[in-house]
Design a protein around this ligand. Structure first.
Ligand code: HMG
Ligand code: MG
Length: 305
């Protein structure tokens, strides 16, 4: 049997949001903006640039409005996360036209992340999504703990599908389905994404893997086999949710891009320029970045010095 793969894959870069939200040390707004610009210059076409969450809960994202204003001239899809009506109002004030809402399948995680049960979140979001769709806003729903929850353990697939169905019925454009704590294995990924692709053929289906157990690339391969052609990833492999204990960074964009290019799958991203973009943020981190491609890039820089 021959396995077929998509010819082209879209990478949704989440480094400026998921990548940085977990960093305790505040990264200056101008560095974040430089990072976003350099990522865009490398060929990234869609990016989560910040989140309009409570600065008390996630201080790193307190400059969301400034980030949006400074990124205004970047002609790419720029997505901002919004947790509630207040976040939506702040984003609309800055004329954002692509918003991401986020909900955990697990009640316990959702409570810890946004102080609501999953049902409470959904009840609030469904009419809001309908209203925003009438305004012509692009809407993505990030579905957290779609495989495992740090508090409740294994999540039943039926519960994930039920939540996705509610969002699809409300008119969402995209579902970004997340392995929040990096526990999923390739069989589970193939299984869930096969179902999502066949159940929701008119909705963009994106896979969002954290790489806690170094299974993210294997999960991406399995998801490609299930027909997924959109992946969230974070430049430098930064990231993690501050309210999901034990979770580490997202799969590194540079490692995903390298693998896909080696497989003959286009991404539209220039790997060398992407690695240069990561230099911008790496200098702000107190630890070395772990991705294979970035380590090789540093070795090359040393050889040339
Ligand atoms: P709360 O404390 O229940 O909020 O937090 P509240 O409505 O009671 O308001 C309390 C105060 O916060 C008030 O201010 C509000 O005005 C203010 P005060 O009167 O005390 O001065 N407030 C806000 N300020 C700015 N922007 C807002 C906002 N909302 C309220 N939007 C809340 C509820 C949702 C605000 C809080 O829980 C929160 O901000 N959570 C965000 C958590 C977060 O950012 N998590 C990471 C993103 S999700 C993720 O990483 C997962 C993902 O990557 C997929 C995956 O991997 O699973 C997407
Ligand atoms: Mg995440």
């Amino acid at each position: 049997m021959t396995i077929s793969y998509p010819k082209k894959v879209t990478i949704i870069e989440v480094g400026p949001r998921d990548g940085l939200q977990n960093e305790k040390q505040f990264v200056p707004t101008e560095i974040k903006t430089k990072f976003i610009t350099a990522l865009s210059d490398s060929g990234i076409s869609e990016m989560e640039i910040t989140s309009f969450v409570s600065p008390k809960w996630v201080p790193q994202m307190k400059d969301a409005s400034d980030i949006v204003r400074a990124s205004n001239s970047i002609p790419k899809k720029k997505i901002v996360l919004v947790p509630n009506e207040k976040g939506i109002a702040r984003a609309l004030e800055e004329n954002c036209n692509a918003l991401a809402v986020f909900v955990g399948v697990s009640d316990t995680f959702n409570k810890k992340n946004i102080n609501k049960t999953t049902k409470e979140s959904l009840n609030e979001l469904i009419p809001t999504i309908r209203r925003l769709k009438q305004m012509g806003i692009f809407l993505r729903a990030c579905i957290s703990t779609a495989f495992y929850c740090p508090f409740e353990g294994k999540i039943e697939k039926e519960k994930v599908i039920e939540l996705c169905q509610a969002f699809v019925d409300s008119g969402i454009d995209e579902l970004s389905v997340a392995d929040t704590i990096g526990m999923a294995n390739p069989i589970e990924s193939y299984d869930l994404f096969t179902d999502l692709k066949s159940l929701f053929p008119n909705t963009l289906i994106t896979a969002h893997f954290h790489d806690t157990r170094k299974m993210a690339l294997a999960n991406i391969l399995a998801s490609l086999q299930a027909g997924v052609d959109r992946f969230d990833s974070s430049a430098g492999g930064l990231g993690g949710c501050p309210f999901a204990p034990g979770a580490t960074g997202n799969v590194a964009t540079e490692d995903v891009v390298f693998m896909l290019h080696q497989m003959g799958i286009e991404t539209g991203i220039d790997l060398a320029k992407l690695l240069d973009a990561i230099d911008v943020i790496a200098s702000q981190m107190e630890r070395p970045l772990e991705s294979a491609q970035y380590k090789l890039h540093l070795q090359d820089q040393l050889k040339q010095a």
